[in-house]
Write a protein that binds this ligand. Structure first.
Ligand SMILES: NC(=O)c1ccc[n+]([C@@H]2O[C@H](COP(=O)([O-])OP(=O)(O)OC[C@H]3O[C@@H](n4cnc5c(N)ncnc54)[C@H](OP(=O)(O)O)[C@@H]3O)[C@@H](O)[C@H]2O)c1
Length: 354
């Protein structure tokens, strides 16, 4: 028996689930032990259902049988890539059965007891788990919406150094962010879709929670407001976001560049296998960042910021790019699971025997 920690994946046949399988197939700490999806997939062989989407898989992983969500799970850590409506029932049930649930779904992101974590930005928000003790023996930890991750990581050094007054963000989001089956090809070619249902509310709120302050064990949202327009563009992977921001003290581009370039984040020295050497890469090339050229930096875990410049309206403008499936979803959840492990939360999980 391997000494790696067994994990379960929920929604394993979806866009994010497939990426989780790929990232976990040869992970040094975790081992895929259980995989679940809808009744439509239950009983199928994982390798057949993914049909190459997760790349070549070791036979042990490819031959796992996909199960339905009903019944008990044995792994201490459950990574969830379920639609939010499905997560609403199953994630609290699993936390109630003692599991550590690390979720991509939006369902519990705004819950005041549930940490919404990007390890480099707010690893300390895991302290909110104390507030879950009265609710269930396990825990739920969430990662942000896929376009919020890049936005919040670019805003974090600026909020820490100067303080954000307000921001305006326009997103250019990739097709894979929509999950399966995604928008019809005929709608995307030669076009930009100017509305993504439910997205703008998440982009407006989640950075405020992520950059919020812990006070007496509770979280106070950061006070700034974000105006958002979310669009879908004809790009396969990689969410680009154009940001204008007003900062306390009205720093110029050089000071902002210094804050971005010198930011180290909160994972230095933790040895998390999925943490990139540099969480933020800042480019001076006026033609970057571009999704095709920059999304795969450090296995898709580095956020690229560029075109930092003065803005006539709010003070500073820039663009940020993050791979939506790696830094924005599967890699984000995996990094959270790794953070939980070094914080002793994985060992603390004790699934009830059925
Ligand atoms: N795509 C992204 O970039 C991204 C980024 C961040 C967060 N997220 C979030 O991550 C979650 C998954 O997104 P996705 O894009 O991977 O979605 P997706 O491609 O639609 O996949 C959904 C997965 O959930 C399973 N599922 C659907 N209905 C189910 C049910 N009633 N019972 C059990 N399993 C069910 C599906 O199984 P079957 O194959 O059997 O139907 C599939 O494995 C969502 O909450 C999404 O908002 C996505």
């Amino acid at each position: 028996m391997s000494e790696r920690i067994p994990v379960g994946i929920l929604g394993t046949t979806g866009t994010v689930g497939a990426r989780l399988v790929r990232l976990l197939a040869d992970h040094p700490w975790f081992e895929i032990a259980e995989v679940g999806a809808s009744d439509r997939s239950a009983g199928g062989r994982l390798g057949d259902l993914l049909a190459g989407e997760a790349g070549p898989l070791p036979e042990r992983v490819a031959s796992l049988e996909v199960r339905s969500l009903s019944g008990s799970w044995s792994s201490p850590v459950i990574l969830s890539a379920l639609p939010s409506s499905v997560a609403r029932e199953i994630e609290p049930a699993l936390a109630g059965a003692g599991h550590l649930v690390v979720s991509n779904a939006s369902t519990f992101r705004n819950d005041p007891d549930v940490p919404l974590v990007i390890p480099e930005v707010n690893a300390h928000h895991l302290a909110l788990l104390e507030r879950q003790r009265g609710r269930w023996p396990g825990a739920i930890v969430t990662n942000p919406n896929c376009v919020v991750t890049g936005l919040a990581m670019a805003l974090a050094p600026l909020h820490e150094r100067f303080g954000i007054v307000r921001a305006v963000a326009t997103t250019f989001q990739a097709i894979s962010g929509a999950g399966k089956p995604g928008p019809p090809a005929g709608d995307l070619v030669d076009n930009v879709l100017p509305f993504i249902a439910g997205e703008e509310e998440k982009v407006a709120y989640e950075p405020r929670k992520i950059l919020g302050a812990l006070e007496d064990g509770a979280l106070r949202d950061a006070p700034f407001r974000v105006g958002v327009t979310a669009t879908r563009v004809n790009v396969l992977h990689g969410h680009l976001v154009s940001v204008s921001v007003e900062l306390e003290g009205a720093p110029g581009p050089d000071e902002v560049l210094d804050a971005l370039r010198s930011w180290e984040g909160r994972t230095a020295g933790l040895g998390l296998p999925s943490a990139p050497a540099r969480a933020l890469e800042v480019t001076d090339d006026p033609t970057r960042p571009q999704p095709r050229l920059d999304r795969d930096r450090s296995g898709g875990m580095t956020v690229t910021v560029g075109r930092v410049r003065p803005c006539e309206a709010l003070g500073i403008s820039f663009l940020a790019l993050a791979h939506n499936l790696d830094r924005g979803a599967a890699g984000a959840a995996l990094l959270n699971a790794e953070l939980c492990r070094v914080k002793g939360l994985v060992e603390a999980a004790s699934p009830r025997p059925s």
